[in-house]
Design a protein around this ligand. Sequence first.
Ligand SMILES: N[C@@H](CCC(=O)N[C@@H](CS)C(=O)NCC(=O)O)C(=O)O
Length: 222
Amino acid sequence: MASPVTVYGPPMSAAVSRVLACLLEKEVKFQLININMSKGQHKSPDFLKMQPFGQVPAFRDESISLFESRAICRYVTEKYANQGNIILFGTNPSEKASIDQWLEAESQSFNPPTSTLVFQLAFAPRMKIKQDEGAIKQSKEKLAKVLDVYNGRLASSRFLASEEFSLADLSHLPNAQYLVNGTEVEELFLVRENVRRWWKEISSRESWKKVIDMQKSPLPKN
Ligand SMILES: N[C@@H](CCC(=O)N[C@@H](CS)C(=O)NCC(=O)O)C(=O)O
């Protein structure tokens, strides 16, 4: 029997939760090793051997060690192609190309403003860090333009890449979750009819609900 893969990092991290959602969709057994970021464990020499930029997540499967959440997800869908959600990363070159295109849109267009907004609106207040109003305004403007494009695309397609839920949709869940639940940016998603319908559908996936449960569970002390 295959031994479980290992994910290193707290489930509250957006990048870690992306990998967890992918593993759950693919029904890949995993163990989660918490990395206590407030103690700086992600900058320790041992952790840097797996993730040289000192960020979470790091990932191990048999002899391979990987970092970068989207690369880990692509690996998981290819290595475990025949289990769980077998169409998560498509089944032929055209499906994969369309998924990759929207996965890149997430990483290059959606992630920059949303990761700034997640930090400024969700984390800075908890960490008692002064919010940067200029960065918030600029990121909201950038995000509105990205969501206009998404709203147009989703007018003619149920999901971003096709009529099927894919890794491209999944990759948006972590940042959108922080913003739609409890920040003023929720409005940007909900006023756009097709984005609102898409968000409702992708955030209702069983895999994502399990990730949210993991985020609420107390972490092992280390
Ligand atoms: N592009 C990376 C981003 C990883 C990332 O930014 N991780 C954050 C937590 S969500 C982190 O480790 N921040 C701590 C730091 O940068 O020192 C990925 O997708 O894996």
